[in-house]
Design a protein around this ligand. Structure first.
Ligand code: AMP
Ligand code: ZN
Length: 493
C-alpha cells in the first residue's frame, strides 16, 4: 500500500528506551491499543490529556495514510482500589456507596467520558471493548498461563508466578526495574497471604459472598484481575503481537509490565513492538488525580465555575494548550498558561481568516514546500506538536506580511497554503474554529436577553401568563432563567 506521504516516523519507545523508526508489522496498517478509563467517576482534565495525546497520534497516523485499528477499552470491572491486589473493586465500591447497580455506575460514567471527549473533538476509536464483555477470553488466557506453569491456584484465586516467569523471561524490562530490587524492597508476606511472593499478581480473584460483581469460572465464582483485561482485549482484536500500546506514564508499572508478562507467558512472545507513554498533567505542580482533590473537570473549565481560573476557556483553547507541550513532557495547568494559549489560538484562527482575504500576486516570497516539510519533520520526530505549532505561527507571520503588502503570494500557492494549514490545524491537531460557535452563542444570548426584557415588561404590566410562558418555554428549550437581586441571568444546558 502506498502511503499518502512517504515519511520516516520516529516514536519514543519505552521498551527500547529510545526513539525508534516506526515499522508496522503489516505495511500500511497499524494496530494500536490504549488503556481506557475506569468508569467509576467523571474523567478529569489529566485523564483527558492522555487520551488527547493518543487522539492526536491516531489522527496523524491516519493522515499519513495508514489504516489504523484503534482499540481503547472501558474498564468496568477488576480495577481494585489504589491499583492494589487487595481492597474493593472501584466500581463495586461506588455502586454500594450510591446504592446503584454496578452497571448503572458504568453507564453513567461511560456516557460522561464520551460526552467529554466529544466536546474536545476526539475521533472515536475503531473498537471500544469492555472488560465485562470479555470474561470468557480472560478465563481462556488464565487456563493457558496455568498450563504453561506460570500461575497457581490458591483458595479459589489464581496468581501469576512472577519469580517462575523471571527465570526464563525478564520481568521489569519495560519499567527498568529488577526483580531482585523489588523483592529486597517489599515487606515479608503476611502469614494469611495466599500469594507465594509479594510480587505475584492476581489473574483471577475469588469473590467473597458480599462481592456483587462476580462470574463463574473453573476456580469458582470470582472476577478477573485488572491487568488481564487489557491482554485479553488487545490480543483479541489486534493479534498476539501488535504495533502500538499506549497509556499514561503511571500505567507503565505494574499494569503494562504485567500485561507483557501475561502475554509472554501465554503465547511465548512479546505482545507489543512500540510501547508509548504519555506524560502527566499537573496542577500546582502535583499530578492531577481522582483520589486526591488535586484536579479540575473539563466542564468546570468550559463554564468558568472553578476556583482556579480567572475565566472560562473553550475546549479548543484547552486542546491547543495541551498540544503546545510534547506528549512526553509534564505539563502544568495554570491560568497564565491558558490565557497565553487562548491568545495564541485566536492569533492562529485570525491568520487563517486573513489568508482567505489576501490579494494574490505574481510571485510567492514564502518557500511553502520547505515549510511544509518542516511541519512533517516535526510530527515525524515523535509527534512533536509544539514544534509543529511554532511552524504554523511562522506561516501566520508570512500571512501578515503579505497582508501588509511586504510579501506576495500567488493564487495557486495561497490555495496550497490554505490546504496545508487546514490539514494540520483541523485534521491532525483536531482543533475546531470555535469563534464560529461563539458567534452563534452571541446570537443566542442576544435573543434570550430580548426575551428577558419582554418578560420584565409583562411582569410590570402584571401579565403573569405571558411572563410565565416565556420562562417555561425557554426552560423546555434548555434555557434556565434565574431571578436575582441584580436582575435576571440565564444558563444554557
Ligand atoms: P484511570 O481511569 O484512572 O485508569 O485513568 C485513565 C488514564 O488517564 C490512564 O491512562 C492514566 O494514566 C491517565 N491519567 C491519570 N491521571 C493523569 C494525569 N494527571 N495526567 C495525564 N494522564 C493521567
Ligand atoms: Zn490497560
Amino acid at each position: 500500500m502506498q502511503l499518502f506521504k512517504q515519511q520516516t516516523l520516529k516514536i519514543s519507545n519505552s521498551l527500547s528506551g529510545k526513539k525508534d523508526v516506526f515499522k508496522p508489522i503489516k505495511e500500511g496498517y497499524v494496530g494500536m491499543y490504549v488503556c481506557g478509563p475506569t468508569v467509576y467517576s467523571n474523567v478529569h482534565l489529566g485523564n483527558c490529556r492522555t487520551f488527547m495525546s493518543f487522539d492526536m497520534i491516531f489522527r496523524y497516523l491516519k493522515h499519513l495514510g495508514y489504516k489504523v485499528r484503534y482499540v481503547r477499552n472501558i474498564t468496568d470491572a477488576g480495577h481494585l482500589e489504589n491499583d492494589a491486589e487487595d481492597g474493593e473493586d472501584k466500581i463495586a465500591k461506588k455502586a454500594k456507596l450510591e446504592q446503584l447497580e454496578p452497571m448503572e455506575v458504568v453507564q453513567r460514567y461511560t456516557v460522561d467520558f464520551h460526552e467529554t471527549l466529544q466536546q474536545f473533538n476526539f475521533l472515536s476509536p475503531s473498537i471500544e471493548p469492555t472488560a465485562t464483555g470479555h470474561i470468557i477470553e480472560q478465563i481462556e488466557i488464565i487456563k493457558e498461563i496455568l498450563k504453561k506453569g506460570f500461575a497457581y491456584v490458591a483458595n479459589g484465586s489464581v496468581y501469576f508466578d512472577v519469580i517462575k516467569f523471571n527465570e526464563t523471561n525478564d520481568y521489569g524490562k519495560l519499567s527498568g526495574r529488577k526483580l531482585e530490587d523489588m523483592i529486597a524492597n517489599t515487606r515479608a508476606l503476611a502469614a494469611q497471604d495466599e500469594k507465594k511472593s509479594p510480587q505475584d499478581f492476581a489473574l483471577w480473584k475469588k469473590a467473597e459472598p458480599q462481592h456483587i460483581m462476580r462470574w463463574p469460572s473453573p476456580w469458582g465464582d470470582g472476577f478477573p484481575g485488572w491487568h488481564l483485561e487489557c491482554t485479553a482485549m488487545s490480543t483479541k482484536y489486534l493479534g498476539d503481537t501488535f504495533d502500538i500500546h499506549g497509556g499514561g506514564m503511571d500505567l507503565k508499572f505494574p499494569h503494562h509490565e504485567c500485561e507483557i508478562a501475561q502475554a509472554e507467558a501465554s503465547t511465548g512472545h512479546s505482545p507489543v513492538n512500540y510501547w508509548m507513554h504519555a506524560n502527566m498533567l499537573t496542577l500546582n505542580g502535583k499530578k492531577m488525580s481522582k483520589s486526591t482533590d488535586n484536579n479540575i473537570y473539563p466542564n468546570e473549565i468550559f463554564s468558568g465555575e472553578n476556583s482556579i481560573l480567572s475565566k472560562p476557556f473553550s475546549p479548543s483553547v484547552v486542546r491547543f494548550f495541551m498540544l503546545q507541550a510534547h506528549y512526553t513532557s509534564i505539563l502544568d495547568l495554570s491560568d497564565d498558561a491558558l490565557l497565553a494559549s487562548e491568545k495564541g489560538f485566536y492569533r492562529l484562527m485570525e491568520g487563517l481568516k486573513n489568508l482567505e482575504t489576501l490579494a494574490a500576486g505574481d510571485t510567492t516570497d514564502f518557500d511553502i514546500p520547505s515549510w511544509e516539510q518542516r511541519c512533517y519533520d516535526a510530527m515525524n520526530d515523535d509527534f512533536n506538536t509544539p514544534i509543529l505549532i511554532s511552524h504554523l505561527f511562522e506561516a501566520v507571520k508570512h500571512i501578515n506580511l503579505i497582508k501588509e503588502g511586504k510579501e506576495n503570494i500567488t493564487t495557486k500557492d495561497k490555495a496550497s497554503l490554505q490546504n496545508i494549514l487546514h490539514t494540520f490545524i483541523f485534521d491532525v491537531l483536531g482543533l475546531e474554529d470555535q469563534q464560529e460557535s461563539s458567534g452563534n452563542s452571541k446570537t443566542l444570548s442576544g435573543v434570550v436577553e430580548l426575551l428577558i426584557q419582554l418578560r420584565n415588561n409583562a411582569r410590570a404590566n402584571k401579565d403573569f401568563a405571558t411572563s410565565d410562558k416565556i420562562r417555561d418555554e425557554l426552560l423546555e428549550l434548555g434555557v434556565q432563567l434565574k431571578d436575582g437581586k441584580d436582575g435576571t441571568t440565564f444558563t444554557v444546558n
